[in-house]
Design a protein around this ligand. Structure first.
Ligand code: CMX
Length: 141
């Protein structure tokens, strides 16, 4: 099952400008940045209020990437809602068994060595849902 909300993802055209915006306006802290070549993103994970809540900023690395397509079609804004799971294959199988489409047959690599899959937004009321199995599950999660 789902453990908690892992992060909310926002598509942005310029990662550095977005980090500066969320830091200066909302006092968020940039905890981690990385490039994920496979996903075609440059991303940042920001901490909210010193607790476990996190905002992910996603900027495109190339024109044919999901984030570039999203920005072209919808403009900057909420792109995904991600849930932490303890086992991504089990979570994906359970959702598949309900008749929903998962985007990948096998999990792919996400932020910080996590393993991820997505539920198709058309099967989830217009929300792109990401399942995240962290590289390390912290006690209490
Ligand atoms: N949220 C809600 N709806 C979305 C969406 C999103 N993020 N992205 C696309 N859609 C909608 C489209 O608007 C479209 O709706 P209509 O048919 O009503 O116009 C429909 O889904 C299909 O869209 P599409 O243009 O045919 O498909 P895309 O080529 O845009 O692909 C998707 C959509 C979800 C398959 C693609 O974005 C994807 O593979 N996403 C998963 C990977 C990803 O998002 N990576 C970046 C983040 C990496 C990370 O989190 O680590």
């Amino acid at each position: 099952g789902l453990l908690r909300i892992d992060h909310v993802g926002i598509a942005v055209p310029d990662l550095d400008a977005a980090i500066e915006f969320y830091s200066s306006v909302f006092g968020m802290t940039c905890e981690h940045t990385e490039e994920n070549e496979e996903q075609g993103v440059r991303e940042a994970m920001l901490g909210v209020g010193g607790g476990p809540s996190r905002l992910q900023l996603l900027a495109p690395l190339r024109e044919d990437s999901p984030i570039a397509k999203f920005l072209t079609k919808s403009g900057p804004g909420l792109q995904q809602l991600a849930y932490t799971v303890s086992n991504v294959e089990e979570a994906a199988d359970a959702i598949r068994a309900k008749g929903l489409r998962l985007l990948y047959k096998e999990p792919k690599r996400g932020t910080a060595g996590s393993r991820i899959n997505f539920v198709h937004p058309k099967d989830c009321g217009g929300v792109l849902v990401e399942l995240v199995e962290p590289a390390v599950i912290h006690p209490g999660d």
